[in-house]
Ligand binder design. Structure first.
Ligand code: NAP
Length: 461
């Protein structure tokens, strides 16, 4: 029997394991989901919304278990208290717009005709979630998909294997029928076989570009709708009129929070030459304040990376950049807890350029490169010089200028004077290899439903 294992970054040992579900059993689970969907969709919207929110509330009651469990599974320090703020904010927001987002688009309602576009659930939605924000990334699709009348099958990352199980337990204890929301422990082959067998009516995949490619390949020819939320290499641009301290604070937090393992984490920063030296100096001081260590220790502000192989990627990228002339500004002696494995010191690199993998490939660790620029045009060109496009964070007092630059950026979200935040009222989307589709907002509901046109002629003449 194949086991799916979470190796804890805290001590390198197996923290949890579950047997991978055989294909035949997985197919049965999908069949139950399909059967349950018809009656779930017939329940009033209000009832579905209430049940989903009850599931969210039940999970909140499990906070004392959730927080240390996350630390063990993926290394997030317990002092940050889990993901409840974003998890609740997103759930409550999508609940508040569900009726509006799902209401029919009425074109005509007259004596002669009823013409409208209604929204129907897809059917069975498959959610494949990553470990980096395991609750928040999953809820982005799980909550609106269920509210819209779909049933959901969740396959969570091996690194956070207990998260799907816990989410489903919370929702079922709160009254969501067991066949309506199921967690399956699936290996890659079984996942691909289910997709290829047209088991699902829509798939939302959040994860790496390589993973996204595999899912797209598995779905080829099945015409299954796909939402792909993939990697990023998000830039920040600090203009000469920026609030320097706020820029350092937000961009450094965006670069290093969660050990830099955020899809919209800041990975490269372009600073106007007039602020460059001050920005670099303050950034180094900011980052040097971190306390790297065991995530179960409440004093720890920077935990290990989720897996030593992720840390190895960051180490290799830094070493490659340094070998090509980059300068690493964080003194390793400040972080004696760096063990060469999952526990990785944060890093700030200067003298970087786009010939280096560090400035082009996703790093997904607590390390950032800073470059000097002279103009908006130069910054725009550099920001767009990437195969990814998730968010870009612009720092200026001039909203018109930010909007103008933003229109030229190849990105899913343009931020001004903020970064690294998912606004549930806006569409979370990407361009280029960051994927396609969109979650949250009214558009997220539209992606989880399909239009059905009604053209009813009331007279025969
Ligand atoms: P990953 O390795 O691609 O895994 C993501 C999920 O997909 C996991 O559940 C994984 O299962 C599964 N998976 C991967 N390859 C698969 C395959 N060939 N067949 C079936 N399932 C497969 O990504 P990750 O390391 O967990 O997450 C980090 C990545 O996610 C980063 O690139 C980050 O930028 C991206 N991300 C993007 C967003 C966004 O909104 N755009 C949000 C969060 C994260 P196993 O764990 O069992 O392999």
């Amino acid at each position: 029997m194949t086991m799916i294992r979470c190796i804890s970054p805290v001590n390198g040992e197996v923290y949890a394991e579950r047997p991978a579900m055989p294909l035949e059993l997985a197919k049965q689970a999908v069949a139950q989901a399909r059967l349950a969907q018809k009656s779930w969709a017939k329940r009033p919207l209000d009832e579905r919304v209430k049940l989903v929110l009850a599931g969210v509330a039940r999970l909140n009651e499990m906070v004392d278990e959730v927080v240390p469990e996350l630390a063990w599974q993926m290394g997030r320090p317990v002092r940050y208290g889990g993901e409840f703020k974003g998890f609740n904010e997103r759930s409550n927001y999508v609940a508040s717009i569900a009726a509006d987002a799902l209401k029919p688009l009425v074109v005509e309602e007259s004596d002669r005709f009823e013409r409208r576009i209604e929204r129907e659930p897809h059917g069975v939605v498959f959610v494949i979630a990553p470990w980096n924000y395991p609750y928040m990334t999953a809820i982005n699709t799980v909550a609106p998909a269920l509210m819209a009348g779909n049933t959901v099958i969740l396959k969570h990352a091996s690194q956070t294997i207990l998260v799907g199980e816990r989410m489903v337990r919370a929702f079922v204890e709160a009254g969501v029928p067991a066949d309506v929301f199921q967690n399956l422990f699936l290996d890659h082959d079984t996942t691909a076989a289910l997709i290829a067998a047209r088991s699902f009516d829509f798939i939302n995949f959040t994860g790496s570009v390589e993973g996204g490619r595999s899912i797209e390949r598995a779905a080829a020819g099945t015409f299954t709708g796909l939402g792909l939320e993939l990697g990023g290499k998000d830039p920040g641009y600090v203009m000469e009129d920026a609030d320097l301290d706020a820029a350092v604070d937000t961009l450094m937090d965006g670069a290093t929070y969660n050990s830099g393992q955020c899809c919209c984490g800041i990975e490269r920063i372009y600073v106007h030459e007039s602020l460059y030296d001050a920005f670099v100096e303050k950034s180094v001081a900011w980052v040097s304040n971190y306390k790297l260590g065991n995530p179960l220790d409440p004093e720890t502000t920077l935990g290990p990376m989720a897996n030593k192989r992720f840390a190895a990627t960051v180490r290799n990228q830094i070493a490659d950049a340094v070998s090509k002339g980059a300068k690493a500004l964080i003194d390793p002696r400040l972080f004696p807890q760096d063990d060469g494995g999952a526990y990785l010191a944060p890093q700030v690199l200067v003298d970087v350029d786009h010939s280096m993998e560090f400035m082009r490939e996703e790093t997904f660790g607590p390390a950032v490169g800073i470059m000097k620029v002279k103009s908006d045009a130069e910054a725009t060109e550099l920001m767009n010089d990437s195969q990814y496009g998730l968010t870009a964070s612009l720092w200026t007092k001039d909203a018109e200028r930010a909007a103008r630059i933003g229109r030229d950026l190849e990105t899913g979200t343009v931020f001004m004077n903020r970064a690294d935040y998912l606004d549930p009222a806006l569409c979370w989307t990407g361009v280029k290899e960051t994927g396609r589709g969109g979650s949250l907002s009214i558009l997220g509901f539209h992606n989880l439903t399909r239009p059905k046109s009604f053209h009813l002629k009331k007279v025969t003449a």
